[in-house]
Design a protein around this ligand. Structure first.
Ligand code: ADP
Ligand code: MG
Length: 323
């Protein structure tokens, strides 16, 4: 099977349902119609085999994840995803693999009404680059730079399971049989918090999605906003799977520096707290307050109201070179 047959058979399988897509896959460019009332948010993320996912990851999971990590960036800005393009480099044409990969891609696209409008297909070591675009009412986007001293720090969902899954795959920890499936799912099939991101418009003072762990990503909010933060370790939303698999310090470490969670981390002022909680409850997302912004320009952690030091070495080990 040649490259163009592959594109025709698998990548152009999705019917065009969006009215704002004038031309999808098949010409030299895709054509879409922007609206005067909305801004367009654009983001790109690359996943490289062996770097961003283990080589043994299933094709379906790779398809899902390459879309999910990009939609997660759109969620962090409060955007509604609309169009994606997909550049894939693969070592050989394996039809069964591509079919499963596309199933993972289209599952998420259909759910969020996102159209695959183009891409590129080349041969080489497995790597996937997705560009995702989304729509935001003018001036309603969220940024990293608006956090103020006194704002509360929240996260959606539970944190640390994806890091646990990686440690299990590399045989660094054991996970009880009853938890293995859910832990593996959080690494392979992260859920982009699209509705939560949109619900945060007008309430959150700053937002980011958690790709590199709380310390690193909250660090981005703090430096963009020129503030600091304290995290209350007692309040971190850690799953039962993580709690039961490792001792408590390791659980905190995975939650703080593990990465790959794709939950949203955001800040909200005392005045906007109740409005935000109501808006988020309507989206069905669970949220947890994990700390507070302050003027210190650094990130600290407390346990039982006492300061504890963050293990900076393990932070570097986890985040080095992933990009
Ligand atoms: P060109 O050489 O003009 O760039 P290609 O043969 O690479 O054209 O692509 C033909 C069409 O198929 C284009 O519309 C392109 O956007 C689309 N396409 C190629 N690869 C993919 C892919 N992996 N996913 C989605 N669309 C793709
Ligand atoms: Mg091309």
């Amino acid at each position: 099977m040649k490259e163009f047959e592959l594109i025709k058979r698998f990548f152009s399988e999705q019917a065009i349902k969006r009215k704002d897509v004038v031309l999808g896959i098949g010409d030299d460019c895709a054509i879409v119609t922007p609206s005067e009332r909305q801004n367009i948010a654009i983001t790109t993320d690359t996943l490289v085999a062996g770097v961003h996912f283990p080589h043994e990851t299933s094709a379906r999971a790779i398809g899902h994840k390459s879309i999910a990590v990009n939609l997660s960036d759109l969620a962090a800005m409060g955007a509604e995803p609309s169009w994606i393009s997909l550049a894939i480099t693969m070592p050989e044409i394996d039809e069964d693999w591509v079919k499963e990969f596309c199933a993972g891609v289209f599952e998420l696209c259909e759910y969020y009404n996102v159209q695959l409008i183009g891409g590129d297909t080349t041969q080489g070591p497995l790597s996937i680059t997705v560009t995702a675009q989304g729509l935001i009412p003018i001036n309603k986007h969220l940024t990293r730079s608006g956090a103020k001293a006194g704002d509360w720090v929240y996260v959606t969902g539970e944190i640390g399971d994806a890091a646990l899954a990686l440690k299990y795959i590399f045989k660094e920890v054991d996970v009880a049989a009853e938890y293995r499936e859910s832990v593996q799912r959080s690494l392979d099939f992260p859920t982009p918090r699209i509705l939560a991101g949109q619900a945060l418009r007008g309430y959150a003072s700053a937002a980011i999605d958690l790709s590199d762990g709380i310390i690193s990503d909250l660090g981005h909010i703090c430096s963009a906003s020129k503030v600091g933060a304290n995290i209350v370790l007692d309040d971190l939303p850690i799953s039962n799977a993580l709690r039961d698999s490792v001792d408590v310090e390791d659980a905190f470490e995975m939650a703080l520096v593990g990465g790959d969670d794709y939950e949203l981390l955001f800040t909200v002022s005392e005045d906007n707290k109740v409005g935000m909680e109501t808006a988020l409850a309507n989206t069905g997302n669970t949220i947890t307050c994990i700390g507070q912004i302050n003027r210190s320009e650094k990130i600290t952690t407390t346990l039982n109201s006492k300061p504890v030091a963050i293990n900076a070495k393990s932070f570097e080990h986890f985040s080095a070179g992933k990009g």
